[in-house]
Design a binder for this molecule. Structure first.
Ligand SMILES: *[C@@H]1O[C@H](CO)[C@@H](O)[C@H](O)[C@H]1NC(C)=O
Ligand SMILES: *[C@@H]1O[C@H](CO)[C@@H](O)[C@H](O)[C@H]1NC(C)=O
Length: 539
């Protein structure tokens, strides 16, 4: 799906567009979405009426040793749930440890006892003052209290069985990786899934269950994957007909390739979803700084499409259930990854869950009160760690297209992943273009002759030459083509040279010399990265 020109799949002649395309703009409905039953319809997740519901989730861990949703010593559960909504997410991927559900001794520990047993007594006062109702209830009850709080705040939930033994996850040799590992008894796992699927019946905001996070390790094999995942799926569906059943692949949730040859066989339909994780370190450690950025972006994006993204074309939704970066902005490998990633996620318009919500952990890997630099909340659990980062991610929170949102003649918008913004007109009559919010960007028709026609007008995107602003107007029209391995340079001929769309310091859209298309590792081309995204959004 990545590569020269491949992103444009609906070419329309300018003649037909005047009559039909104008009507296709998406009207956003951002009301409360908590309680519903979801289904699948080919690659889309839809509501009972067949309209698309995009899962824009954020991970909220509850699977570490205390078995309590993180942060409840700092803020009331309701305040955190409301914050999730106010940041534009409609859903939480809520993690749980298998043994909490299957070991009655563990599940019956009160929150107070659970913290005491770990020598974490000093958290109890904070939990008491922020969430008095949970201190002396069993951890499994506290889990339900948080589910109820998310429901009150209109937040959908995906329950995710993250690990067996409560604690930080995941490594190859931790005994939690694959069926038959020391802590991963398949029968116990099925019992736990049954219990949690049953528990979820009372919560109509629980819309899906992820059967197991990041299968991995030396025991991994395809035969057992089918054997147990099919059983797990049947177990969940039998206990709870409502929830989507979400299956992770092999290799830390990065490999769905084996499904090409052999479909999953289950007795029910319209409920199966697959999931994918993608971090900067998912590939080789420093891939994003060791290679030219266009080339590594192209190479790894194509690999993701080949290993996992292809399920979309085979008629299944793909839930990108973990991605994230160090939000301090100090990890160059992460920074480069994110810009490429956002282009891919927008183009494919994926359902997703950002890693992560938590500003800190009670107790992780032996460390108390560990800060999480991947968390959108800071240590206080009220402030936002990096609003620039959140703004970029917000570009993919609303759907671009899908059932109920589109007609067949879909225009494109021009998305700029580095800023999370889109190309907009300064004013309705203005000839120049700049970057602005993606909620109501300018929409374009990309014509067979590679012109960009402004939707509903007879005006085209025009190059004014190197170093000059682009404009919209009628005149001598420019052609635009995606070039470079990333597929994100949008190039035009400028005299005898080639220029690329770019932005200047004031966020005006300009044409400048195309940057480091190949070879150069140090150069960062991403100010010139734009993605033509099929979209019903338009201004
Ligand atoms: C349940 O958990 C407790 C506490 O970790 C442990 O001592 C016990 O062996 C577990 N029981 C079973 C049946 O695994
Ligand atoms: C937010 O991230 C950007 C890089 O994306 C970085 O330049 C900036 O310093 C970060 N801000 C904070 C407050 O960490």
């Amino acid at each position: 799906m990545v590569g020269g020109g491949a992103s444009v799949r609906f070419w329309i002649s300018p003649v037909s567009m005047f009559s039909t395309v104008v009507l296709s703009c998406l009207i956003f409905r951002l009301g409360a979405v908590g309680a519903q039953t979801l289904y699948t319809s080919s690659r889309w997740i839809v509501d009972g009426g067949g309209d698309r519901v995009k899962l824009a989730c954020i991970n909220w861990p509850s699977h570490l040793q205390p078995m309590l949703a993180e942060g409840l010593h700092r803020q009331p559960a309701d305040a955190i749930a409301a914050k999730v909504r106010s940041m534009g997410f409609n859903c939480v991927r809520f993690t749980w440890a298998l043994y909490m559900a299957t070991n009655d001794t563990l599940g019956a520990l009160t929150v107070r006892q659970s913290f005491r047993n770990l020598g974490l007594d000093d958290y109890i006062a904070g939990i008491q003052s922020n969430n008095p109702s949970i201190v002396d209830v069993p951890v499994l009850e506290a889990f339900k209290i948080v589910l109820a709080s998310l429901r009150r705040n209109g937040v959908m939930v995906i329950l995710d069985n993250h690990i067996s033994t409560p604690g930080w996850c995941c490594s190859r040799g931790d005994g939690n990786g694959f069926f038959g590992d020391k802590y991963f008894d398949p029968d116990l796992w099925l019992r736990g899934l049954h219990r949690m699927a049953t528990l979820a019946i009372a919560f109509d905001n629980v819309v899906g269950m992820s059967l197991r996070n990041e299968l991995r390790g030396p025991r991994e094999n395809v035969e057992d994957w089918y054997k147990y995942m099919e059983r797990g799926a049947e177990t969940v569906h039998a206990a709870n007909h409502k929830v989507l059943v979400i299956l992770s692949g092999l290799g830390f949730d990065m490999d769905l390739l084996f499904l090409r040859d052999r479909p999953v066989r289950v007795s029910f339909s319209r409920k199966l979803v697959f999931e994918l994780h993608w971090y900067s370190f998912s590939d080789s450690r420093d891939a994003w700084v060791d290679e030219n950025l266009n080339q590594v972006c192209g190479r790894i994006s194509r690999q993701k499409t080949r290993m996992s993204g292809y399920v979309l074309d085979n008629g299944f939704p793909l839930f990108l259930s973990e991605f994230g970066i160090d939000e301090r902005g100090t990890n160059e490998n992460d920074n480069r990854f994110l810009t490429c990633f956002l282009g891919w996620a927008a183009e494919n318009d994926l359902d997703f869950a950002l890693w992560s919500l938590q500003g800190s952990y009670y107790f992780r890997q032996g460390v108390r009160d560990m800060e999480e630099f991947f968390g959108v909340l800071d240590r206080s659990w009220t402030g936002i760690r990096n609003s620039t980062f959140l703004q970029r991610v917000s570009a993919i929170q609303s759907p671009f297209r899908g059932p109920g949102l589109q007609d067949t003649n879909l225009p494109v918008i021009i998305f700029h992943p580095l800023t999370g913004q889109c190309v907009v007109r300064m004013t309705s009559r203005s000839q120049s273009l700049k970057l602005g919010p993606c909620m109501q960007p300018q929409a374009w028709i990309y014509t067979p002759r590679k012109k960009l026609l402004l939707l509903g007008t007879r005006e085209y995107l025009l190059s004014g030459g190197l170093g000059r602003p682009v404009t919209v107007g009628q005149g001598n029209t420019s052609s635009w083509a995606t070039i470079s391995d990333s597929g994100m340079h949008i190039a035009t001929e400028v005299g005898r040279a080639i220029g690329c769309l770019d932005v200047d310091r004031e966020m005006n859209v300009v044409v400048s010399g195309c940057k480091c298309l190949s070879g150069d590792r140090a150069c960062d081309p991403s100010s010139q990265w734009f993605r033509l995204v099929d979209s019903s959004r338009c201004g």
